[in-house]
Unconditional design. Structure first.
Length: 114
C-alpha cells in the first residue's frame, strides 16, 4: 500500500470536510473552466464565485488585483502548492504542469471578476 504524504492527507481531509459539511452542493459551473482546470482537479476545491475547500477564483483575483507580480506568484502557488494563504488546508502542488499551463491557469484565475 502506498503511503500518503502530508499534502495528500491534507487534501483528502479538506475534501472530506467539504463533503461532510454539504459544501459539495456548491459545485461550480464546469462549462466556465478551461479543460486544463478540469483535467487537474481544480474544481474539486475551487469555484468561480463560491468558497469550496479553497477560495473562489474571484476572491483570488480580487486579492491580487493591482499586483504586477500576481501571475508569477499564482503560478508558483499552483506549481508548488501553498500553505496558510487561505486558511489551514494547504493547496496541493501541481509539479507536472508546464510553464505555459501554469500561465494559462494563473491568467484565467486573475481574469475572474465578481
Amino acid at each position: 500500500m502506498k503511503k500518503w504524504g502530508m499534502t495528500q492527507r491534507a487534501w483528502a481531509l479538506g475534501v472530506g470536510m467539504a463533503l461532510s459539511a454539504g459544501m459539495a452542493a456548491a459545485a461550480p459551473d464546469q462549462s466556465t473552466f478551461t479543460p486544463l482546470m478540469q483535467a487537474n482537479g481544480c474544481a474539486s476545491c475551487h469555484s468561480v464565485n463560491e468558497k469550496i475547500v479553497g477560495p473562489a477564483f474571484q476572491t483570488v483575483a480580487a486579492k491580487y488585483a493591482g499586483d504586477k507580480d500576481a501571475a508569477a506568484s499564482l503560478m508558483q502557488s499552483i506549481q508548488n502548492g501553498s500553505r496558510g494563504k487561505w486558511g489551514r488546508i494547504p493547496m496541493p502542488a501541481h509539479p507536472s504542469l508546464s510553464q505555459a499551463e501554469l500561465k494559462e491557469l494563473a491568467t484565467w484565475v486573475l481574469a475572474q471578476k465578481p
